[in-house]
Design a protein around this ligand. Structure first.
Ligand code: GLA
Length: 375
């Protein structure tokens, strides 16, 4: 299958880790519907690590933990499908998952068949406990082929954290998205680190195999498995906007059963989602830094000649950002300007004197959706 848009959904790991259950999955799924998140595009419900028993069954198959999933995984899939949602699960290319549960090394075909029989639509595939003698790309290619021949369309989400030059080979494995960085934590330093790691790998994302910057920490406020100190709302706004402009999959990681209005507003900002879901699927690019590499300006060409331009202030002080309209493709002599709207605030923005500019506070961003207009 080809994923034409970055997948969107909710994943258990960031908040719940091993504390997962059928009840948690189904009640969170209901929240996706009742909060309008599903209507906004969040459709995959992904059960991450720690769903299985520590041992396979007599026929070598993975077994859901009956304490956590008393009716098994097919039941969960059926319930999610009845809600119009899609079901994601997790395994690993090594001998064990990262949390020490059985994984798919050398069992790729059996496990792909098992997932298909349960009605799984998405498989996140991790990289822990890989034997040193095994070739990572070959293991991903094997699982890619096993999924493709499983008889069911299963989105393949590679999770080898960008190590072993993942960007060079992941597109050959059938993966629809690839994790480009170490795990995210709910701190601004972690968000900043992940964004800065993108500068050199932007050409390796986009339709075909989206560059996955990891699950979102928006709205976690320091609670849960990767909680730590939490971020401010401005920092969460910057985080979400960067993931949208850079075409990362958008997997919510907070507890959506207690979604606050600010978090919901960030996750459903219409301008950002229109950029994230742009049907043209062009790759984003880094056009310049304002002063230092803590101040990237990212651009993405959108359907119909629109442009997304993002000023991201990863530094600790306010900054006057600018980018030349000429460099964005609109020379002064054309008689045209760029005009549009800023995400989150809804403010109208336009280029003036051949320059697009904005003052951006520390740890904040200004992302604009622009169109070529008559001066
Ligand atoms: C790795 C992955 C995480 C999560 C955990 C589960 O660290 O990168 O996203 O899936 O494993 O153990």
């Amino acid at each position: 299958m080809i994923a034409y848009l970055p997948p969107m959904g909710w994943n258990t790991w960031n908040t719940f880790a091993q504390d997962i259950s059928e009840e948690l999955i189904l009640s969170s799924a209901e929240k996706l519907l009742s909060t309008g998140l599903k209507a906004a595009g969040y459709e995959y419900v992904v059960v991450d690590d720690c769903w299985a028993l520590r041992e396979r069954d007599g026929r070598g198959r993975l077994v859901p933990d009956p304490q956590k999933f008393p009716h098994g995984m097919k039941y969960v899939a059926d319930r999610l499908h009845a809600m119009g949602l899609k079901f994601g699960m997790y395994s690993c290319a090594g001998a064990m998952t990262c949390a020490g549960y059985p994984a798919s090394f050398n069992r790729e075909y059996l496990d792909a068949r098992t997932f298909a029989s349960w009605g799984v639509d998405f498989l996140k595939y991790d990289y822990c406990f890989k034997p040193a003698s095994a070739d990572g790309k070959n293991l991903y290619r094997r699982m890619g082929l096993a999924l493709a021949s499983s008889g069911r369309k299963i989105l393949f989400s590679g999770c080898s954290w960008g190590v072993d030059a993942t960007h060079e080979w992941i597109g050959s494995t059938g993966a629809n998205m690839w994790r480009s960085t170490p795990d995210i934590f709910d701190t601004f330093d972690s968000v900043k680190d992940i964004i800065k790691r993108q500068y050199d790998i932007l050409p390796y994302g986009g339709v075909g195999c989206f560059n996955d910057m990891d699950m979102l920490v928006v709205g976690m406020h320091g609670k849960g498995n990767v909680g730590l100190s939490g971020c401010t709302d401005d920092e969460y706004r910057l985080h979400f906007a960067a993931w949208c402009v850079l075409a990362s999959p958008l997997m919510i990681g907070c507890d959506i059963r207690n979604l606050d209005e600010t978090t919901k507003g960030i996750l459903t900002d219409p301008t950002l989602l229109s950029i994230a879901k742009d049907p043209r699927g062009n790759r984003p690019y880094l056009i310049r830094f304002a002063d230092s590499d803590d101040l990237p300006v990212f651009v993405r060409a959108l359907e119909g000649g629109d442009l997304a331009v993002g000023f991201f202030n990863l530094s600790d002080g306010a900054v006057n950002f600018w980018v030349s309209a000429d460099d964005l493709g609109v020379p002064e002599i054309s008689g045209k300007i760029l005009a549009g709207v800023e995400a989150y605030t809804g403010q109208k923005v336009r280029s003036a004197n051949g320059v697009l500019s904005a003052r951006v506070e520390a740890h904040a961003c200004s992302v604009m959706r622009l169109r070529v207009a008559q001066r």
